[in-house]
Design a protein around this ligand. Structure first.
Ligand code: 2IT
Length: 447
């Protein structure tokens, strides 16, 4: 493959879509040598074929707000690749959602899902609907209208959406109810469902738990452990919550979390059940501010308008949104002697940040490897639904742990460089690529 030609072609074919171009560029740069060592991939034009989603569905979502006014939003579902299983990936409700956001996330999802070892293709969807300040009735009416259109394109064997930013158990419930009402089927068409109606234990915790299991692998590779390590994370939503829970359980010292309004620093540690439960409570309001945490706990201080990456730490984890850690943030972390940086949000770091961290020899994990525990546990929910049974928390957690270990092993296998540095970005991209590419070759020229 001709790297520069493909990067240029992607830019020309996807103008005004910087996120998609960023995600593609990172993958192309890291798989290039591997692809060129295996001519079959060029022969079957696998890379070129992966750069075009199989289908993009874009639709209108109209709904009526509490004042009786009609509102119009945009809905999306990008079905990127179905080679190894039904399309699978979350739904994001956030005002920043565009076709570009959906395309980059669906592209990442294909590689991530391939890494999980489970049979899931890649997809992503969502809307520019802003849950902030909306009443329960407004959220329900929006979800019902959104699903009325989306249901035409999904199904338990074709495409199985789940949650993402702005979509939690409540929204999944409203959407599942509408799917059932329209189709008359109680099937595993969404994951992240409530426990009483087909959900899986550990799914709410899974993204954070999985990320910490992956981090343990990174530490073990350096003969290091988590105990007592000073950690900071961005965000305070579902992913940050699961991460905080597992960090506390394993004896790490989490001292900072953040929101769009600033960050919280708590030198006594964000590790008690009360503090971690309050993160969840704050997130449930969907008001998107972390400041109230400092009003509730005396040991916590709120620093308004600043990014959390200025806090000295050994471990930093992005748990909020894409490109939240830039080149300057990476330099600040490096100056403060950070040792491990884990992307838990999808593409949480800019390309400049990744380059800075890798240049400094910092152990860095990309989101598609470190956050794969969420979708992996969704895959386990699909298995339980298909078999009409439910596993115990211990069973699901053990499977999740095994999957994260296997992803770490694969990153080491394909990402270890001559000097011993583990390039997790390269390892994850190559390992994720191989399975999808070989399945596409086997299935002929279909997509
Ligand atoms: O980014 C992600 O992997 C998710 N939002 C979870 C997707 C899923 O299908 O559970």
């Amino acid at each position: 493959m001709d790297l520069q030609k493909l990067i240029k072609q992607t830019e020309e074919r996807n103008p005004g879509q910087p996120l998609y171009n960023q995600a593609v560029r990172e993958v192309l740069e890291t798989i290039c040598d591997f692809v060129n060592e295996h001519p079959k991939y060029d022969h079957y034009k696998i890379v070129e074929r992966l750069l075009e989603p199989e289908r993009i569905v874009k639709f209108k979502v109209t709904w009526v707000d509490d004042k009786g006014e009609i509102q119009v939003n945009r809905g999306y579902r990008v079905q990127h690749n179905m080679a190894i299983g039904p399309y699978k990936g979350g739904l994001r409700f956030h005002p920043t959602v565009t076709e570009d956001t959906m395309k980059f996330l669906a592209f990442e999802q294909t590689f991530k899902n391939s890494l999980t070892t489970l049979p899931m293709g890649g997809g992503k969807g969502g809307s520019d609907f802003d849950p902030k300040g909306k009443s329960e009735g407004e959220v329900m009416r929006f979800c019902q209208s959104f699903m009325t259109e989306l249901q035409k394109y999904i199904g338990p064997d074709t495409d199985v959406p789940a949650g993402d930013i702005g979509v939690g158990g409540r929204e999944i419930g409203f959407m599942y109810g509408q799917y059932k009402r329209l189709r008359g089927e109680h099937v595993g068409v969404l994951t992240g469902k409530g426990l009483e109606w087909g959900g899986s234990l550990i799914r709410p915790e899974a993204t954070g738990f999985g990320a910490v299991y992956f981090l343990e692998g990174m530490l073990a590779a350096k003969k290091d452990t988590l105990k007592g390590k000073r950690c900071i994370i961005s965000g305070f939503g579902n992913v940050a919550w699961g991460t905080a829970l597992k960090l506390a359980e394993l004896g790490a010292n989490l001292v900072a979390i953040s929101g769009p309004d600033g960050y919280i620093i708590d030198e006594e540690g964000i590790s008690t059940p009360e503090k971690i439960a309050y993160m969840d409570e704050l997130n449930a309001t969907r008001n998107n501010v972390v400041a109230p945490f400092a009003e509730k706990f005396a040991s916590a201080k709120f620093i308004p308008g600043k990014k959390v990456w200025e806090v000295p730490c050994e471990i930093a984890m992005t748990c909020a949104i894409q490109n939240e850690l830039n080149g300057d943030d990476a330099k600040a972390l490096i100056a403060n002697n950070v040792k491990y940086v884990v992307e838990v949000s999808n593409m949480g770091c800019t390309a400049e940040a990744v380059a800075e961290l890798q240049k400094a020899g910092i152990s860095f994990a990309p989101g598609k490897a470190a956050n794969a525990g969420g979708v992996a546990t969704s895959g386990l929910e699909m298995t339980q639904n298909a078999a009409h049974l439910g596993w115990t928390a211990a069973e699901v957690d053990a499977k999740l742990h095994g999957i994260m270990n296997s992803i770490h092993d694969n990153c080491v296998k394909y990402g270890t460089e001559a000097n011993g540095y583990i390039n997790y970005v390269k390892g994850a991209n190559i390992a994720g690529f191989i399975k999808v590419a070989d399945a596409m070759i086997a299935q002929g020229i279909a997509y």
